[in-house]
Ligand binder design. Sequence first.
Ligand SMILES: *[C@@H]1O[C@H](CO)[C@@H](O)[C@H](O)[C@H]1NC(C)=O
Ligand SMILES: *[C@@H]1O[C@H](CO)[C@@H](O)[C@H](O)[C@H]1NC(C)=O
Ligand SMILES: *[C@@H]1O[C@H](CO)[C@@H](O)[C@H](O)[C@H]1NC(C)=O
Ligand SMILES: *[C@@H]1O[C@H](CO)[C@@H](O)[C@H](O)[C@H]1NC(C)=O
Ligand SMILES: *[C@@H]1O[C@H](CO)[C@@H](O)[C@H](O)[C@H]1NC(C)=O
Ligand SMILES: *[C@@H]1O[C@H](CO)[C@@H](O)[C@H](O)[C@H]1NC(C)=O
Ligand SMILES: *[C@@H]1O[C@H](CO)[C@@H](O)[C@H](O)[C@H]1NC(C)=O
Ligand SMILES: *[C@@H]1O[C@H](CO)[C@@H](O)[C@H](O)[C@H]1NC(C)=O
Ligand SMILES: *[C@@H]1O[C@H](CO)[C@@H](O)[C@H](O)[C@H]1NC(C)=O
Ligand SMILES: *[C@@H]1O[C@H](CO)[C@@H](O)[C@H](O)[C@H]1NC(C)=O
Ligand SMILES: *[C@@H]1O[C@H](CO)[C@@H](O)[C@H](O)[C@H]1NC(C)=O
Ligand SMILES: *[C@@H]1O[C@H](CO)[C@@H](O)[C@H](O)[C@H]1NC(C)=O
Length: 604
Amino acid sequence: MTTPFTGAIIILLTAVAVSSLSSSANALGGSASTVAVVYGSATTICTIIAQQPLKQIQCWQNGQLLPPIIPITSFDYIAGGRDTLCATRSGGFSLLCWNTTFNSKRLYNNYSAPLTYLTIGDTQICGLTNNSSRQNVICWRGNDISSAQTSNETLRFRAISSGLGFSCGVLEGTNRVLCWGDESISLSIQSAFSNFSMLNIQVGGRHACGMDNSGLVICKGNNGNGQLDVPSNSSYEYIGLALGSNHSCAIRRLNRTVVCWGGNGAFSSNVTDEIPFESIVAGLNFTCGLTTSNFSVICWGPGWPYSSGIELPLQKSLPGPCLETPCECNIYPDSQTLCFGNGHICRPCDDAVSIPPPISQPPPPPVTSHRPSRRLRRGLLAFAIVGSVGGFAGICTVIYCLWTGVCFGKKKVHNSVQPTITGANAAPQSNSSPPSRSSTLRRQGSILMRRQRSGTSSKHADRAEEFMFTDLVAATNNFSSESKIAKSDVYGLGVVLLELLTGKRALFKTGENGGAPISVVDFAVPAIMAGELAKILDPRVGPPEINESEAVELVAYTAMHCVHLEGKDRPSMTDIVANLERAFALCDDSHGSISSGPISIVSD
Ligand SMILES: *[C@@H]1O[C@H](CO)[C@@H](O)[C@H](O)[C@H]1NC(C)=O
Ligand SMILES: *[C@@H]1O[C@H](CO)[C@@H](O)[C@H](O)[C@H]1NC(C)=O
Ligand SMILES: *[C@@H]1O[C@H](CO)[C@@H](O)[C@H](O)[C@H]1NC(C)=O
Ligand SMILES: *[C@@H]1O[C@H](CO)[C@@H](O)[C@H](O)[C@H]1NC(C)=O
Ligand SMILES: *[C@@H]1O[C@H](CO)[C@@H](O)[C@H](O)[C@H]1NC(C)=O
Ligand SMILES: *[C@@H]1O[C@H](CO)[C@@H](O)[C@H](O)[C@H]1NC(C)=O
Ligand SMILES: *[C@@H]1O[C@H](CO)[C@@H](O)[C@H](O)[C@H]1NC(C)=O
Ligand SMILES: *[C@@H]1O[C@H](CO)[C@@H](O)[C@H](O)[C@H]1NC(C)=O
Ligand SMILES: *[C@@H]1O[C@H](CO)[C@@H](O)[C@H](O)[C@H]1NC(C)=O
Ligand SMILES: *[C@@H]1O[C@H](CO)[C@@H](O)[C@H](O)[C@H]1NC(C)=O
Ligand SMILES: *[C@@H]1O[C@H](CO)[C@@H](O)[C@H](O)[C@H]1NC(C)=O
Ligand SMILES: *[C@@H]1O[C@H](CO)[C@@H](O)[C@H](O)[C@H]1NC(C)=O
């Protein structure tokens, strides 16, 4: 039976298969891991928003901001290609990709081997994992690394990049370049780099550039448009590189301005002469950069369809992923603020002599890396007490309605009232027939309910059993995006979700803490923020199964977002519905990856 949800899951498989037929399709890289260029049917620029509790994705297309990208959760790395956007969820445990209508598909999910890097090429989506085996590269779709000229050496890469039909990586230890994919080009590029010891590499259309261990930028491959003619070659002159199909750009290390070459000279613009950049990323025939002064995005080049050098109206973006792992070299000075206290941002290593970016005005309280500071925790507690006035009203309303069914449970649910998910995200819902949607929700709701029932019977479990998720979702069908649902009700809903996850009451007593009552918010939110969700899940239910874990995590993130201190920072009901629907869909979506599977290893 095809439900809207399984329908919504077909996705990228088709998109990628179709795009791989088009030889001009590509996705080219750059030094930016938090800015992505998607092109093809529409030019779209996406970044990860800074200074928010959730590191969510924002996108700009055709001169306007797109509605929030679903699911609304935190991401580390993003990358774009032709009609494809991909991102790793915070912690790297899973990889999501979106097609042009922003329907998401999960390509990877493994809690014991998080992804530490992501690149998208013509037909390829590749990443690095942290596993310690002899191969740490994984590709979904596209070229097989078995086409690489490997001996029996280990395939552990320090950096990878995908371009038009081929990918290259720099091996850990030997610093040798290894390329795979379209053999007509990958083998010649690999052999052109064979005498160099490289630190990193970027792949373009039919060329590749990287920095060797003496800090020189080395470019090899096709030079038909001057893309190999690095304007100057002194050691450590450049930091980030970005390569398009016919051009190359680099950030000058000393003043962080950008210089481009190739593309028959069409890229040597003076637009960027005065602007310092943190990172750059290339599309086919244009380049975008993240400015140092205020982390806004500027694009330029002959293929940029809008005026060059104008700031895009995006919110301040993260200059790099917020990670918990220690930095190899430097840390951003205002990292804590940018990451909202959840992780820190590392600066590239060959960066030591450069001018640090000006410290921006820090609005939210800076907090320590792993856990929210005492201040935030106390803030949450204070809110739980003071805010109970408003909070309880919301909680009570929602719970009362759910228990009695008076508000909507027993009422005939009008399935025709779809949640209004504006713009691009609306597609799958509007295509689907209402009855199947309702029955799917019932079925999926009962999946979660079964989880609850399998726990030992207790007051809490009984109560949880009475709580019908289906009713909740059915209820939210009645809210349109214009709904005036109060943000305090959103808070109440968040608390209910946290109660469901943890099996605890809104206020409960613990043995620790002198038996003083603690709010479920104060109990759960710090753990969710620290990525320690497992510690707070209701132990009577047992750990989530593989296909449930992401759904549970998504519900947790949603709940955390709902109980945000500032009402204005809480999500809208529409966003919540979208996230919950996504979570339900995940329970059905047990396939972790698309058909092509990971690339294989050549043993000899
Ligand atoms: C994106 O994926 C959805 C769900 O599979 C599909 O309905 C839609 O047609 C796709 N859009 C494109 C442009 O491929
Ligand atoms: C997850 O990664 C671990 C370690 O690399 C591996 O042993 C395991 O098979 C992977 N699990 C899945 C489901 O791929
Ligand atoms: C990879 O990450 C997982 C989860 O964070 C961690 O448990 C594991 O030890 C890491 N493995 C390596 C080789 O670093
Ligand atoms: C490590 O990751 C690679 C690429 O995903 C995979 O092929 C390999 O099986 C993994 N090794 C282990 C031990 O999980
Ligand atoms: C490759 O394998 C051969 C035997 O199969 C072995 O003698 C040689 O040392 C191996 N080389 C490396 C780099 O592991
Ligand atoms: C690499 O160095 C060797 C020995 O110096 C030389 O014979 C070979 O031509 C060089 N290869 C390239 C691609 O420059
Ligand atoms: C670097 O530039 C100098 C002159 O500017 C030139 O002599 C030298 O060959 C160049 N080195 C490389 C590796 O291109
Ligand atoms: C790159 O150059 C080739 C030939 O020089 C040309 O066919 C192709 O259209 C160019 N690509 C772009 C994006 O300009
Ligand atoms: C950039 O160059 C154009 C002509 O090439 C010139 O008109 C313009 O004033 C220059 N802008 C700056 C900021 O130098
Ligand atoms: C940055 O350095 C380059 C090369 O040294 C120079 O041409 C450019 O004018 C400098 N830009 C600024 C804004 O200082
Ligand atoms: C970013 O800084 C530039 C000056 O460097 C300024 O013109 C622009 O308005 C700033 N943008 C934002 C969003 O603050
Ligand atoms: C840039 O590339 C796109 C294809 O992605 C093409 O339609 C457009 O004409 C190109 N623009 C220029 C100026 O080459």
